[in-house]
Design a protein around this ligand. Structure first.
Ligand code: SF4
Length: 352
């Protein structure tokens, strides 16, 4: 029997721009079971970070429900939301930018405890700070150091410690290792995995890097222009990607084998504007398989196999009747475009 911790239904987040409404997150639905990880993957600008922030209400959702242990976070008043925040935390991408340079390690970790009135006094809180530092592998000697005195890996450990200070149940990990050296990334990922087992945490792990999320996630949701276009158990998504966009993303992952040459898929064509998008397949401009129907309506997200959802007209029939998609011959120096230029959205100040 599944134990669903978070149930997101028809979540939308639109931003007003001079040219119309920007659909950053457009009708997104998914569940995350307790103690599990949902990896959310896509190019920059696809809406993955906005989804994470809307769930935590660091950004106010435009529409939809966010059921956390049965309570709709989207409907909580400020007092109720503040109480719920103990269970909901976020780890940011850039530990240097997200930490206050004027606060020491202990002050940074202790701050959310003070805000939420946890611990009798600062002595009791300091005990908890030292305990958490031990849990995330930060030596006690760093207790009075400042962020600029530490390397990237240690700074991210502070970010993790701060997120854990209130004993959360659910953590949004927003590109937590992409600002770190490759050698440090594995250490932090291993630490996060270990903490998940030890503390029973549930993660939403946001990244643009599919190779990172593979070993970390139970399920993966691929986003494109504000929509989930494919979602499946991690192994299944890697073994049998069904959406042409997911296939292109996977083809761009380098394989550490000199005898194996990955056949990369080129995505050509303009990226559709996320401002007032037409009700057609948002990937149609770049899709090698686009046909009339793709430009006439929008493909819904359909469960084509148990727990494998795809939004593509090639796969909106039972599996036995599904079109068999074979990849085109790749061109030399194939490159998957990864940049989407949208209006810069301002991040809100991190909250405890
Ligand atoms: Fe390509 Fe059509 Fe599928 Fe969209 S619906 S991904 S355009 S085949």
């Amino acid at each position: 029997m599944t134990d669903t911790l978070l149930e997101v239904r028809n979540l939308k987040k639109y931003f007003k721009t001079r040219r119309g409404m920007l659909h950053a997150v457009d009708d997104v639905s998914f569940n995350i079971d307790r103690g599990k990880t949902l990896g959310v993957v896509g190019e920059s600008g696809c809406g993955k970070s906005t989804t994470g922030r809307a769930i935590l209400r660091l950004l106010e959702p435009t529409a939809g429900s966010i059921l956390f242990e049965g309570k709709d976070l989207a409907r909580l008043n400020p007092r109720e939301l503040r109480e719920a925040r103990k269970d909901l935390q976020i780890i940011f991408q850039d530990p240097f930018a997200s930490l206050n340079p004027r606060k020491t390690v202990s002050q940074t970790i202790m701050e959310p405890m003070i805000i939420h009135g946890i611990g009798e006094d600062n002595n009791a809180r300091m005990e908890r700070v030292l305990e958490i530092m031990g849990i995330v592998g930060l030596a006690e000697r760093f207790v009075n150091t400042y962020p600029h005195e530490l390397d990237g890996g240690r700074r991210q450990r502070i970010g993790i410690a701060r997120a854990l200070a209130l004993g959360p149940k659910f953590v949004v990990c927003d590109e937590p290792v992409s600002a770190l050296d490759v050698s440090i990334q594995a250490q932090i990922l291993n630490l996060m995995k270990e903490l998940q087992t030890r503390l029973g945490l549930t993660y939403m792990f946001i990244t643009h890097d599919l190779s990172v999320v593979n070993h970390f996630s139970d399920d993966i949701a691929v986003m494109y222009l504000g929509k989930i276009i494919e979602m499946a158990p991690s192994d299944q998504l890697f073994a049998t990607p069904m959406h042409p966009y997911t296939q292109a993303l996977l083809s761009a992952i380098p394989v550490p084998d000199i005898h194996h040459k990955n056949e990369r898929i080129i995505l050509r064509g303009e990226i559709t504007s996320p401002i007032e998008p037409k009700p057609i397949c948002r990937f149609a401009n770049r899709c090698n398989y686009a046909f009339d129907r793709c430009l006439a309506s929008e493909p819904p997200l359909i469960e084509v196999r148990p727990r494998h959802f795809v939004a593509c007209f090639l796969h909106d029939q039972p599996m036995s009747e599904t079109v068999n998609v074979t990849l085109e011959e790749p061109l030399p120096d194939a490159v998957v475009e990864t940049e989407l230029v949208v209006e810069q959205l301002t991040d809100p100040a991190p909250e405890a």
